[in-house]
Design a protein around this ligand. Structure first.
Ligand SMILES: CN1c2c(nc(N)[nH]c2=O)NC[C@@H]1CNc1ccc(C(=O)N[C@@H](CCC(=O)N[C@@H](CCC(=O)N[C@@H](CCC(=O)O)C(=O)O)C(=O)O)C(=O)O)cc1
Ligand SMILES: N[C@@H](CCS)C(=O)O
Ligand SMILES: [Zn+2]
Length: 743
């Protein structure tokens, strides 16, 4: 590379932190189980940080983010940086306090966990009250800054910005009515001033404050708060403010007018900011990072289009840099680790390490900026396209709910069921790993999984549940399992992405037209049904969730891709029915996740998402009960969409929010079956009979008892049998008690 020619600053907003071989995951899980001591955990964390710096250094960036490593979650780190630790999580050891907040311990429940914007990453929700005492705790930021500087890197410490921190937090339970965490912005700004001062004193010449919450719709009062805070903080340090999950929109002029030195634009999902910037104007010294390399998806950058956007910015500022649209947290680390992908696909992909190279290449004049090649013709499936074009409306069931329910299995009052998965034991994962590596033949693997199904059925019969499941032992993941069987998808060997804490997923790559070539679940459900007289629920993952948890082609609207996936699932529903399945659950836990961050896109989303679900399910006969399941979010904003799915029964996470969702469902006149979760499966605590009975009574008062189901909040795959057996026994007993009260 000729340094003389290099005129653009190359940087990245953030980097994956789980380790190229998930070293941090393994170390954390070993530490939690007592197999590793704290120095061992520290050493593993240091190795991962060092690996991150190696990657950033090798790419030849002009500046690098520091402090983006996290032992569990960066929002939790932000809470610790300002000492906003809930009193119940204070412990003598800071590490104990950190993990008590993250995962709970014998004394205290953890912080709530929720989705990070419209991604499959989950953050911990800080609890802020009028009495929360903020204090500056810069040790982590300083240590990681020093590590990067010692490596000879031009480091830029990164902190979650104060406005986003408070907007992502929730009020403590004992806060007075009307209190909002943002009410504490003045005090918090003072503490951020101290954090910035500590970093500047340590030698940092620029600090990155991440303000992703400014990519959502904000009120005038919030914008005013942004103006005040950034005017003040901008006096202490040279600030680079990032957003990263859409356009800054109306926040952009506010930040610029507040005098921030730098702004990082998401030019993948927030290209509207280009126009905002052009019409508002900007000083020629402002550092503008053109976030043209996608931090959320794995397609190679269209360097020609990116180059054009960079040139537009260069007309406005003399200080333009090239970067990622957001942190690379959401993409796997290295494409080189994949050997099994079709070369036609591989040459179109870039994971984190490859993305760093795209950034430096774009920043280097004379390296060429080729566009992206079109997809090969062989990726088109004309049969699927013709079938979709031929479907009439395709998305309405043959009878209304009132008529359908008469034809569906009559299970009496308050039937009990579970959400699908039973514990994924180490033994099951090891069998799958052996099978994948060719150490266990197909027949043995299938026999092992069938034995597990038989055991799961026996457990449920013994417990006295009404509608059984096969337990999903054969699934590595509820999306990847389907992707492995559908055309149009590729799956990776090592493309791990952090979902929360130590938990990771390998999002499949949806790159071509999607079709089903054979039944995907019928063998397992059919086997389970063959060994019990109780109804067994078929178990599918819905089209929206399959899209949300995959890397999806970006050469056609998501709605069209969703329809293709839905059509494939529609075939599976038909095959399950033909095999005698009378109850089919189609999970849509990500229905809320894909809801656009800004209100403007929501109506269109609701239309395509609900249509895809109905396309998948509406072919079912009236006598087939279609269930759906939703979890991992608050549902208020998608309550209309839930009603529009037209499922016969909706099981929905409710235990932590104390059944509030039922009032919302009532508001939209949802009158079909509902199973509000009565067991918070995120916690290892076994719920007692009386508390679940009370939750069912509360639910019965809200909806009437006749259409109510008793079930947990979500699947049981992350729980252990020692918790599952007593908890389900208690759930069955709670349902029996409440049933008796109504008969
Ligand atoms: C329900 N959720 C899901 C989300 N996203 C998904 N794609 N899937 C989900 O289920 N998002 C919202 C929620 C919460 N998020 C998660 C995310 C991840 C997990 C989880 O438990 N992940 C597992 C990995 C799951 C998996 O792919 N398992 C495979 C491979 C297992 C493995 O690592 N094998 C080892 C060898 C075997 C061994 O010795 O154990 C290896 O390959 O090295 C499988 O079972 O075959 C995780 O451990 O992180 C939960 C909720
Ligand atoms: N059927 C799935 C849904 C999880 S959201 C399960 O039970 O794990
Ligand atoms: Zn769930």
């Amino acid at each position: 590379m000729n340094d003389e020619l290099k005129t653009l600053h190359a940087t990245v907003i953030g980097y994956p932190r789980i380790g190229a071989d998930r070293e941090l995951k393994r170390a954390l899980e070993a530490y939690w189980s007592g197999r590793l001591d704290e120095p061992g955990l520290d050493a593993a964390a240091a190795t991962v940080r060092s690996q991150m710096l190696d990657d950033l250094a090798a790419a030849g960036l002009d500046s690098v983010p520091s402090g983006t490593f996290s032992l569990y979650d960066h929002v939790l780190d932000a809470a610790f940086a300002v000492d906003a630790i809930a009193p119940r999580h204070r412990r003598d050891s800071p590490t104990d306090a950190y993990f008590a907040a993250a995962r709970g311990d014998a004394e205290a429940a953890p912080l709530e966990m929720t989705k990070w914007f419209d991604t499959n990453y989950h953050y911990l929700v800080p609890e802020i009250g009028p009495d929360t005492e903020f204090r500056s705790r810069p040790a982590k930021a300083l240590a990681e800054y020093d590590e990067a500087v010692l490596r000879g890197l031009n480091a830029r410490p990164v902190l979650l910005g104060p406005v986003s921190f408070l907007l992502l937090a929730k009020a403590t339970d004992n806060a007075p009515e009307g209190f909002q965490p943002l009410d504490r912005l003045d005090e918090l700004t003072g503490v951020y001033a101290e954090l910035l001062t500590a970093l500047v004193d340590a030698g940092a010449t620029r600090v990155q404050l991440d303000e992703p919450a400014l990519c959502a719709d904000r009120t005038e009062a919030e914008l005013e708060a942004v103006r005040t805070v950034y005017t003040e903080l901008g006096r202490i340090a040279d600030l680079l403010v990032t957003g990263g999950y859409g356009p800054f929109g109306e926040s952009l002029p506010v930040l610029l007018d507040a005098g921030v030195a730098g702004i990082a634009l998401d030019l993948v999902s927030g290209r509207d900011d280009l126009e905002t910037l052009e019409s508002h104007g900007v000083s020629r010294e402002t550092f503008i990072v053109a976030g043209v390399v996608d931090g959320r998806n794995i397609w190679r950058c269209d360097l020609a289009a990116a180059g054009a956007d960079i040139e537009r910015l260069q007309r406005l500022s003399d200080n333009v840099g090239v970067g990622s649209s957001c942190s690379l947290l959401h993409v796997p680390i290295d494409l080189e680790a994949e050997s099994g992908l079709d070369p036609l696909l591989t040459e179109r992909l870039a994971f984190a390490r490859q993305k760093l190279r795209e950034i430096t290449s774009l920043a280097t004049p004379g390296t060429g900026r080729p566009g992206r090649p079109a997809s090969p013709e062989s990726w088109r499936d004309e049969i699927v396209r013709a079938r979709l074009a031929d479907l009439p409306t395709g998305a309405d069931r043959r009878a209304d709910y009132d008529e359908r329910v008469k034809q569906q299995p009559d299970l009496g009052l308050l039937p009990t069921t579970t959400i699908g998965s039973f514990p994924q034991t180490a033994e099951l994962r090891q069998a799958r790993s052996a099978h994948r590596r060719g150490l266990m033949i197909d027949a043995d693997y299938r026999a092992r999984m069938k034995a597990e199904v038989a055991a799961v059925i026996a457990e449920q019969e013994k417990l006295g549940l009404d509608v059984l499941v096969h337990g999903e032992p054969e699934r590595n993941d509820m999306v990847q399992y389907f992707a492995e069987q559908l055309t149009g998808f590729a799956t990776t060997d090592a493309g791990w992405v952090q979902s929360y804490g130590s938990r990771c997923v390998r999002p499949p790559i949806l790159y071509a037209d999607v079709a089903r070539t054979a039944p995907m679940t019928v063998e397992w459900t059919g086997y389970a049904q063959s060994i019990t007289d109780k109804p067994v629920k078929g178990m599918l993952t819905g089209p929206v969730t399959i899209l949300a948890w995959s890397f999806v082609r970006d050469d056609q609207p998501l709605a069209d891709t969703a329809d293709q996936v839905a059509l494939a699932l529609r075939g599976e529903v038909a095959d399950l029915e033909a095999a005698g399945t009378r109850v089919i659950q189609v999970d849509e836990p990500a229905l809320r996740e894909l809801l656009p961050v800004r209100a403007a896109g929501r109506e269109a989303y609701r239309r395509w998402a609900t249509r895809a679900f109905r396309l998948a399910t509406a072919g079912a006969a009236p006598g087939t009960a279609i269930h759906t399941h939703l979890c991992y979010s608050e549902f208020g904003e998608i309550i209309d969409a839930i009603a529009e799915l037209d499922a016969d029964v909706t099981s929905i996470e409710a235990s932590r929010s104390k059944m509030e969702v039922l009032a919302d469902l009532d508001r939209v006149h949802y009158h079909r079956g509902v199973g509000p979760g009565v067991w918070d499966i995120h916690s290892p605590r076994v719920p007692q009979v009386e508390e679940m009975a009370e939750a069912l009574r509360l639910a019965a008062r809200a909806t009437g008892p006749s259409r109510l189901w008793a079930n947990p909040d979500c699947g049981l795959k992350t729980r252990r049998y020692e918790e599952v057996r007593p908890a389900l026994a208690n759930l069955v007993e709670a349902a029996r008690i409440v049933r008796a009260e109504h008969s």
